[in-house]
Design a binder for this molecule. Structure first.
Ligand code: GYE
Length: 346
């Protein structure tokens, strides 16, 4: 028993140190913390309240099913909940914040053990998160982030650093175009208006190219992260800007795939006449990367289910978690695509 206690104390000190370390960093500097599944043996053995007598109930409010990334994210969460023996109440909001607020209210009314929210937009969550806090229900933010002044309204955020993704896209562009002379016209397909990946990818990209006067953003519009709107918006870009467009930065793969159709329809070669940089790393985008129709894909990992379930279990076991948990991610170019395409799970 004493040995167990001292193990628990050591683990608690390590966690507190990690949290203190993270608090000393600015948003951009936050180091990567990767939680590995399953929940540590120590947590299972040592907490008095763990494991609970009945299955943990988790209410999860999902954004929608707008993209292949989202479908993979949903599948990962459902599968991980089943594996962990967690009862999942799953609500799909079809990209509506009002529906998400309704879903969270229903989770509060049902007195679930933990609420997880993948917020469609960045702001407007204070009131409903206060209601969850008031009801004593811990909240985990999954995937996209929320803009709240009181950070005690959620326990932890598990998701990517979108600002970094935008910067990686910008860095690839600068390397790729380093020998190009004259003006480089860019169009940008933005994600859902007001969503954190759209805001932050856009910002990271803009910051990384801002000192390069040779680069000019011709058009930047939201296509809501969907294939259809990506195609429509790219058609309109081409109608207006034609062959002035040298580069497309798309905030996700689905929009890039739609844009490829529009570019081919217009009679240009995607990946050659127009350099295409996308974000996510879905199998379909990898196929286009291998075919040479996309030039670079910045990876954003949707397989957050295991980390999410582990965090749920840690919270119920009474342990402290870091404020941000980032999945590991990389950048893929055409040379890497052929080898990698077979390994893509989504
Ligand atoms: O990039 C996009 C999806 O929030 C990171 O949402 C996610 C984004 C992802 O629809 O494909």
């Amino acid at each position: 028993m004493r040995q167990k206690r001292s193990k628990l104390t050591a683990a608690a000190i390590a966690l507190i140190l990690m949290v203190l370390l993270l608090q000393g960093c600015t948003a951009e500097e936050v180091p990567e913390v990767i939680i590995h599944s399953p929940v540590s043996e120590e947590a299972e053995q040592t907490s008095e309240a763990y494991p609970p007598a009945r299955p943990i109930v988790l209410g999860f409010s999902q954004v929608g099913s707008e993209s292949d990334w989202r479908k993979a994210n949903t599948a990962s969460i459902i599968e991980a909940a089943e594996e962990a023996g967690i009862e999942l109440l799953f609500e799909n909001a079809e990209q509506s914040q009002a529906k998400q607020i309704e879903a969270i209210q229903s989770f509060i009314d049902k007195q679930v053990d933990v609420i997880a929210l993948a917020p469609v937009v960045h702001s407007g969550w204070e009131d409903i998160l206060k209601a969850a806090k008031h009801a004593g229900i811990p909240v985990i933010i999954s995937d996209r982030s929320v803009d709240v002044t009181d950070s005690s309204l959620f326990v932890t955020h598990i998701g990517s650093n979108f600002y970094e993704e935008g910067r990686k896209a910008g860095k690839y562009l600068l390397d790729k175009m380093s020998k190009t002379e004259g003006e480089i016209g860019i169009v940008e397909l933005r994600g859902t208006e007001g969503s954190s990946p759209s805001i932050q990818r856009g910002q990271g990209f803009a910051d990384s190219i801002k000192e390069h006067t040779q680069i000019r953003v011709l058009r930047s519009e939201s296509a809501n992260f969907t294939y259809e709107q990506g195609k429509e918006t790219m058609r309109a870009f081409l109608r207006n800007q034609g062959s002035d467009i040298k580069v497309l930065f798309s905030h996700n793969d689905d929009m890039a795939l739609g844009a490829i159709e529009a570019i081919e329809e217009y009679g240009l070669k995607p990946g050659i006449d127009i350099v295409i940089i996308s974000v996510d790393g879905t199998r379909k985008a990898f196929e286009k990367l291998a075919e040479g129709k996309i030039n670079c894909v910045v990876e954003c990992n949707p397989l957050l289910g295991p980390n999410l379930m582990q965090a749920v279990q840690e919270i119920i076991a009474g342990r402290t978690l870091p404020k941000h948990i980032f999945p590991s991610e990389s950048v893929f170019t055409q040379q890497m695509a052929e080898k990698e395409v077979a390994n893509r799970k989504y």
